[in-house]
Design a protein around this ligand. Structure first.
Ligand SMILES: Nc1ncnc2c1ncn2[C@@H]1O[C@H](COP(=O)(O)OP(=O)(O)OP(=O)(O)O)[C@@H](O)[C@H]1O
Length: 329
């Protein structure tokens, strides 16, 4: 006779054990007739810093607002640390935190008073509240100025206080919406250090929006390039750079006849060539050979070159090659 083994009731998923801290499927969001998020699906792994890189107005804040439950999606679904955004909204709130683009701090209150206020909002009290407040002040390096009014802080210090508030509830998953806008380089580096430390030591996951490609490239394990509410490429910075797989060479040329440009384009070593504002830009997988061949054509056609440079391929170049426009237009 087969033995029936009674299974222990499921305790609910442990947020430490889920492989993906975000699983979003086909998210859509419109404001009236204006569709801002257009079918976004993505996964963020535990312990990962995931970057959403896109220009101003791409819809980054709108997507983050949907993923944190501030806005309801028109269509689509998502789980945060294994909890359904809608059905388990309460549990989602316990495991995530959002540091919004706009400062949430009270300027008339000190950092300490701000943190006490937000600790109450997180239902933290007594010894635990004090411990958490001391801890986040330390992380944000604001301990020494904790009793000064936030209104007297520099832009960078205010951002760090904004971040400290977001860390009070020990989130498993932290959403940071353009946290370095208007921040001095020192505070910016400090914010980066904090993120790296929290990921390393607490296995925290971060969803990070930015329009600065340097940030996405240096801080994020994987990056989604996002434009007009859609992800147009996703991968590690290295994978994205390899996608366009070519170094850029630029030649300063006062006037380049169209037929010479065509001749450059026909070179076997040249992947792409464009001429605008007196600059000939050449994309080439083997830059040294391409430079030799392009200079050969220009010399043969008596076209003088005043300067030649190689351009490092970075996420800005990737964005440009995918969308035909600069990130900061
Ligand atoms: N509540 C709203 N009602 C109407 N339109 C909105 C609303 N919120 C945002 N939008 C519009 O949606 C578009 C995307 O805005 P969103 O703030 O999500 O972009 P973003 O990528 O975060 O840009 P930024 O970096 O400038 O904040 C913009 O054109 C914006 O004007």
């Amino acid at each position: 006779m087969a033995m029936i083994v009674e299974q222990a009731p499921r305790q609910g998923k442990s947020t430490d054990k889920v492989e993906n801290v975000i699983e979003a499927r086909e998210i859509y969001k419109s404001f009236g007739a204006f569709q801002v998020v257009k079918g976004v699906s993505l996964e963020v792994k535990a312990g990962e810093v995931f970057g959403l890189l896109g220009p101003n107005g791409a819809g980054k804040t709108t997507l983050i607002s949907v993923l944190t439950g501030i806005l309801t999606p028109d269509k689509g679904s998502a789980t945060m640390c294994g909890f359904d955004l809608v059905k388990d909204a309460r549990k989602v709130k316990d495991v995530i935190s959002l540091v919004p683009q706009d400062l949430t701090i009270y300027q008339e209150l000190s950092a300490l008073e701000n943190l006490k206020f937000f600790a109450r909002m997180y239902h933290l009290a007594g010894k635990l509240a004090k411990e958490r407040i001391d801890e986040v002040l330390e992380i944000a390096r604001l301990t020494d100025v904790a009793k000064k009014k936030a209104g007297t802080y520099s832009g960078g210090m205010k951002r760090r206080l904004n971040l400290a508030i977001g860390l009070l509830n020990h989130p498993r998953l932290l959403f940071l919406d353009e946290p370095t806008v208007g921040v001095d380089p020192q505070s910016r580096n400090h914010i980066f250090e904090c993120i790296r430390m929290l990921v390393r030591e607490r296995n925290m996951s971060v969803f990070y929006t930015t329009h600065y490609m340097e940030e996405a490239q240096t801080l994020c394990h994987r990056v989604a390039i996002y434009d007009h509410g859609q992800i147009i490429a996703l991968g590690t910075p290295q994978e994205l750079i390899q996608k366009i797989g070519a170094t850029r060479l630029t030649f300063s040329i006062e006037a380049l006849p169209e037929d010479v440009l065509e001749q450059v384009r026909e070179l076997a070593t040249v992947q792409q060539a464009d001429y605008s504002e007196q600059i000939l830009t050449v994309a080439a997988p083997a830059p040294y050979q391409a430079a030799r061949d392009v200079i050969g054509v220009l010399q043969q056609r008596d076209v003088p070159v005043t300067d030649m440079q190689t351009q490092e391929v970075n996420l800005e170049t990737v964005f440009l090659s995918l969308t035909g426009k600069a990130l900061r237009e």
